[in-house]
Design a protein around this ligand. Sequence first.
Ligand code: GLN
Length: 227
Amino acid sequence: CSSSGSAESDKLIMATNAEFPPFESKSGDGFVGIDIDIMNAVAKKLGKELVVEDMEFDSIIPAITSGKADVGAAGITVTDERKEEVNFSDPYANAIQVIIVREDSTNNGDLTGLKVGVQQGTTGDTFVDWGNFGEVASLERYSKGFEAVQALAQGKIDAVVIDNEPAKVFVEENEGLKILESGSISEEYALALSKNNDALLADINKAIQELKDSGELQQIIDKYIAE
Ligand code: GLN
C-alpha cells in the first residue's frame, strides 16, 4: 500500500469542504463545482484518478501537512499565515470578501457593534477578528457558511462576511438578504500542497498553465458563474 502523495501513486487525493458553491458542493452521491472540474482536469493531465475527501474547512491544511491528502482545493485564499504551513500553486481565481445583511438594513459596511457570522477558519473569520470591518459586538463562527447565512435570515445575527461567489448563491437561496460590496478585500484562490512535494507542485502548476492557455479553465469558471 503506497502512501498518498507519493510520486508513484495513481490517485490524487483532494481535500475539500463541499459547502462552498459554486466552487464545491455535494450533488447526490458526488460533488460538483469549479474546483471539482479543475481538479478532474488536472488529475487527467497527471494520469491520476481524482479522489475527493470532504471535511471541515479548517481540517484541510492539517490534512495536507499530515500527508492524508495531496491537494487542498476549496476556494482557499493565499495568505502569508497559510504559506508558513503549505505551498500554494499558481492562483486560478480571484475573489473578494463581501458583507451580507438583511434587505432592510441601512448598513454601509461598518460592522461596529454588530453580531457578525463567518465560516470558521476562513479569511472572513480572520478579517472580522482583526477588526477590519470595525469592532464587532460578537463574532459567531459556523462550520458552514450556509448556516451563518440562515442565522442571518432568521435574525439571530446582523451580518455575514464571506467570499463573493458563495454569497451570491446563498443570498439567492434565502429570502430577504442583500450583498454589500463596500469594505471588500481582494484575494486569490490557489491549490494548497505539502511543502515536501515540489515535484507534484511543479506538475500541478504546469497543468494549471495548460488549462489557462487552452481556455479550459475559463470555460469551467463560466459554466458555474454567469456574468
Ligand atoms: N476563501 C476563503 C478562505 O480561504 C473561504 C474558503 C472556504 O470557505 N471554502 O478562507
